[in-house]
Design a protein around this ligand. Structure first.
Ligand code: AMP
Ligand code: MG
Length: 418
């Protein structure tokens, strides 16, 4: 087992152990937010035929060469084509066909004139202009041609993808399974939110933050409850998670007398790949695999509420994204200008909870407050984690630093943008 790794080394070891989960078939209506596990190749042409972009009249341009506002040309309305119709007739010289949006263009016609531009007069229509070639005509196959690779594996399915899949005749699609994540908390001091907090007990908030972090990334949390601080209790809870894709525990993974997580994992046959990452918060992170090559990935997260959240964010979340089939595993990163000086000892990479603000076309960052690993409030006040590199000791006011944006709401706008 390796110890005291740099953050990037720890992440690389984790991602090396992580492969996308097998595909499953889902209804396209339920595929929103899932990741495609197949290549989607078109087997049909969209649109299937040349069709009208407007309600109006299909015409032959040769009839209208001399048309002008002063001298409109009168054409006989020979037939009518509705959307969904199939024109049998060929448009002859001196004829127009009444046509509606989406209806197929009849043979012989080479443009459509909008109905707003003409004067209908009984069985004939007077046209005061000559349209451009194929004006108001949508070409067969202008969106999709048969054989075209439309969606690549690894594509995140959104509304347009759902519509495209449906248009291609696909109501069922292969996506990667969602990871099932067994979550367990440990500690004699912990109770559930409705429990009695007399005598210095505290609520197991990690059970809530970690479950929510799982859901946010599209994984399914399975809560294994709170284990008391005994090896037996911990072992029993860990066994409850053996069939999950990932097991995430929090607390009991440091060097205290009652920190049994590593010992219990070893006893269960877990090969720990590493323990201890040179980061703050979250140094005592442990990672391994339980139950052989196809077994669950195990993350022993530290217990402090911010340490648990940050190590989940930095190490568990990318692994869950990879299991889910995503190609981009990480949060958006922005360059932010510091509104204040930050200082630390060199040696560990710090993830600083920061408040972000758009100001004069830039993003400005300042500390979200108490940087204690036990203080959860700055996690919800802040929108991001500023990456304070391991060997740096100071970031000056006005300097620019890299920030991972955790809150997608940071990019929400109060103005419409038009
Ligand atoms: P430990 O790693 O067991 O020493 O725990 C470190 C700190 O995290 C202690 O102050 C614990 O009380 C706290 N802690 C552990 N588990 C949880 C949890 N599930 N929810 C909130 N705080 C926790
Ligand atoms: Mg403890």
């Amino acid at each position: 087992m390796r110890t005291e790794l740099a953050a990037a080394e720890a992440l690389a070891l984790i991602l090396d152990e992580t492969l996308p989960l097998a595909p499953e078939s889902v209804d396209v209506r339920a595929a929103q937010g899932r990741v495609l596990a197949e290549a989607v190749v078109a087997t049909r042409r969209i649109p299937p035929a040349d069709n009208s972009a407007m309600d109006g009249y299909a015409v032959r341009r040769a009839d209208l060469g001399a048309a002008s506002a002063e001298r409109p040309v009168a054409l006989r309305v020979a037939f009518e084509i509705a959307a969904g119709g199939a024109p049998q007739q060929v448009l002859g010289a001196g004829e127009a066909a009444r046509i509606f949006t989406g209806a197929p263009i009849p043979r012989g016609a080479d443009a459509v004139v909008r109905q707003e531009d003409v004067l209908r007069d009984g069985e004939s229509v007077r046209i005061p202009l000559c349209p451009a070639p194929r004006e108001n005509v949508r070409d067969a196959g202008e969106d999709i041609e048969p054989g075209q690779l439309v969606l690549e594996p690894g594509t995140l399915i959104g509304p347009a993808h759902a519509g495209m899949l449906a248009s291609l005749g696909r109501s069922v699609v292969a996506v990667h399974q969602r990871p099932r994540v067994a979550l367990l908390s440990s500690g004699d001091e912990l109770v559930e939110p409705d429990g009695d907090v007399a005598g210095g007990r505290i609520v197991s908030s990690n059970s809530y933050t970690l479950a929510a972090q799982c859901r946010e990334v599209g994984a399914e949390p399975v809560y294994l409850g709170i284990a008391r601080d005994t090896p037996e209790a911990l072992e029993q809870r860990f066994r409850g998670g053996l069939r999950a894709d990932v097991i995430v525990s929090s607390a009991g993974v440091s060097v205290g007398d009652r920190d049994y997580v590593r010992g219990v994992l070893t006893k269960l046959g877990c090969e720990l790949r590493f323990w201890g990452v040179r980061i703050k918060p979250g140094f005592p992170l442990a990672f391994g695999r339980l139950g052989g090559d196809a077994g669950a990935l195990v993350f022993g997260l530290p217990g402090n509420p911010v340490s648990a959240m940050v190590t989940f964010e930095e190490f568990v979340r990318p692994a869950l994204r990879k299991l889910t089939g995503h190609r981009a595993l990480f949060r958006p990163q922005v360059r932010a200008r510091l509104a204040e000086r930050l200082a630390k000892k060199p040696g560990r990479l710090h993830f600083v909870r920061v408040v972000l603000e758009h100001r004069d076309g830039e993003i400005v960052a300042r500390s979200a407050g108490n940087q204690s690993s036990g203080a959860l409030l700055p996690m919800l006040r802040g929108q991001g984690l500023l990456v304070f590199p391991a060997e740096a000791s100071e970031l000056r006011e006005g300097e620019v630093a890299s920030v991972q944006v955790l809150d997608p709401g940071f990019f929400d706008a109060s103005q419409p943008g038009f």
